[in-house]
Design a protein around this ligand. Structure first.
Ligand SMILES: [Zn+2]
Length: 293
């Protein structure tokens, strides 16, 4: 049986795992993210005796995912200064000699759901994570979307709610999705973290107002067959009916599809118990083994 290596690289921890082709995770461990060289050394130690055939990497970004680019596999302009311009992929390749495939963490989660989770069998889906930041993974025709970089759809601009005086948390944009919707924005707006605000209806109505606007923009531009919502903030399950209702309201009947007629199954929570990222990395490893582009 082939064993695949999977790495979910985050700003605070590195999740390393081994898995099978069907997505079964065999072994999983977490390594704190410290300096790049020290962290990569520990990752290499973990995989050294596992007999992996290939490695899939789903990483925090921004990251250069363009094959053939001189900085392919490089972490780009991150606020984590020690990692800025660090080539994660080539550092790993120096220590582990198996084929590798790298993508963003949200594209990894999207791929996990597409291959093993609630989007199995669909060709085009989006995965939105709303936690300490907002990220959007996009799969179109079974492939993860890249462009000049990779989508940064957590920073799409939204209409401010007329009764929301909060100036936004993003240092770049006063009214982007991440700056208005992510966990830190909720905490700063109300003076309490999201999980302590569960019973505040107004908090979630406003949150749904913003998330639904973003979903409507993605529905109109990308035409996904399913919209999956994950991340810490989305553990507030009371959000789902509010988001579905608001999305329907904003679409206002303009697009009519079987999917949109079944909102309960169209806008859904992540289905892989927070393993969607690492399972997506297993799938990236399968692609690496097959030399996919
Ligand atoms: Zn922004």
């Amino acid at each position: 049986m082939k064993i695949y290596g999977a790495l979910e690289a985050g700003g605070t921890k590195m999740v390393c795992a081994t898995g099978l082709a069907d997505g079964t995770i065999l072994e999983q461990t977490s390594i704190p993210t410290t300096t790049p060289d020290d962290t990569v050394e520990k990752i290499a130690d973990f995989f050294s005796d596992k007999g992996i055939v290939s490695l899939g990497i789903a990483t925090f970004g921004p990251v250069d995912v363009k094959k053939g680019s001189p900085t392919y596999g490089c972490i780009l302009n991150t606020p984590k200064l020690a990692w800025q311009n660090y080539n994660l992929l080539s550092a790993l390749k120096k220590r582990i000699s198996v084929p590798m495939e790298i993508d963003t963490d949200v594209n990894g989660s999207c791929l996990g759901e597409l291959t093993f989770g609630c989007a199995k069998g669909l060709d085009s889906v989006i995965y939105i994570t709303i936690g300490t930041g907002v990220g959007v993974g996009i799969a179109i025709n079974g492939k993860l979307m890249h462009g000049m970089l990779h989508p940064e759809a957590g920073h799409i601009l939204l209409n401010k709610h007329p009764d929301d005086p909060y100036p936004g948390k993003c240092p770049f944009h006063p009214n982007c999705m991440e700056g208005l919707c992510a966990g830190p924005a909720i905490e700063e707006r109300y003076g309490k973290p999201a999980f302590e605000l569960s019973d505040r209806q107004d908090v979630w109505e406003l949150e749904a107002y913003y998330i639904a606007q973003a979903i409507v923009d993605f529905v109109c531009t990308l035409s996904p067959r399913k919209v999956i919502l994950g991340g810490g903030v989305m553990h507030q399950e009371q959000l789902f009916p509010l988001i579905r209702k608001k999305t329907k309201e904003l679409l206002n009947g303009y697009i009519e599809t079987a999917e949109l007629a079944d909102m309960e199954n169209y806008i859904v929570p992540a289905s892989l118990h927070d393993d969607q990222g690492i399972m997506g990395a297993v799938q990236l490893a399968k692609w690496a083994e097959n030399g996919a582009d």
